[in-house]
Write a protein that binds this ligand. Sequence first.
Ligand code: NDP
Ligand code: 13P
Length: 335
Amino acid sequence: MLSPSALLVLGAGSWGTALALALARRQYPIYLWGKDPAHVHTLQIQRCNQRFLPNAVFPDNLYAITDFVTLMPIVEDIIIVVPSHGFRETLKKIKPYITKNHRLCWATKGLEYQTGLLLHEVARAELGDNIPLAVLSGPSFAGEVAAALPTAVTIAAQDIENAHHVAQLFHQASFRAYTSNDMVGVQIGGAVKNVIAIAAGIADGLKMGANTRAALITRGLSEIVRLGIALGGQRETFMGLAGLGDLVLTCTDNQSRNRRFGYALAQGISLEAAQAQVGQVVEGIHAATITHQLAQQHGVEMPIVNHVNQVLTGQSTPLEAAQALLAREPKPEML
Ligand SMILES: NC(=O)C1=CN([C@@H]2O[C@H](COP(=O)(O)OP(=O)(O)OC[C@H]3O[C@@H](n4cnc5c(N)ncnc54)[C@H](OP(=O)(O)O)[C@@H]3O)[C@@H](O)[C@H]2O)C=CC1
Ligand SMILES: O=C(CO)COP(=O)(O)O
């Protein structure tokens, strides 16, 4: 494979910055675009992302930029790392400059809030069928990736050759990239684990203990598998990095914003106050509503997601939701 001339990362939050740092270790010129010029200006001056990843100094081949348009003719690979609520808007920004030479990958974890579409469906709707698409997901906290701590992720693309191409871009000793052809499974794993992590945070906030957390992870995985298969995902994907791997990470470690958000809710504070306390994107909030709707549309039973959604829509308190889950009738243990 030829080395790319340059790579463009769109989204200068914690994850976009961490991925830009990981790619920069492969020695490519990396252009990191952020939508807020003041934030980008600070990155340029401080040569680090003080706001999100204060300890990671930018190497010389990482450039923070406010305008990506002039770069579009020289980059082939574009990596979108904005929150899911900004995904379509970002596609619309690049659309006028996209040519048949471009390839698109995203590391956003979520579904489109307004439509319930998976992000590859949004990308196809905006960019058509001719641009190779790939998604990067898996257990990967930004701070640890920025610090080059060993991490493994899945890169999924319908065309496995494209998945290999993107994996090669990222792959290094501290960032192992596995490939998959299951875009649906990888995206459902990444989106729905955030909802289960909110539940795990609530349970821990209510001091329910380690047994409860393990039960939530296991039964949460069953819910992810049921919905994922109903939407066309492959069962084995959910046992991998983008399924079980990310679910365990996010449900068990306080680096997770979703888990911390659930924990804060269990202290009795409002949704807005809990969000403000986390201070960064909490994808599980929107994902809870959409996942609940998708589950209903497809006749899939997802009690944990349902009860998280009830808490987030003010229909029950965290304690009432936990009690309602525990009061369910016994049943055979099935996926
Ligand atoms: N952080 C992590 O460890 C990981 C995150 N992810 C996923 O990566 C995605 C991005 O999250 P993350 O970087 O962590 O979020 P952060 O909260 O760290 O940062 C979000 C960034 O996105 C910017 N932003 C918001 N809306 C838009 C938009 N419409 N267009 C462009 N930029 C926008 C924000 O800018 P401003 O502040 O100016 O609004 C901010 O810089 C999420 O889907 C998340 O689930 C996946 C794996 C790991
Ligand atoms: O997706 C993540 C790690 O893989 C990050 O999770 P949070 O958004 O909950 O912090």
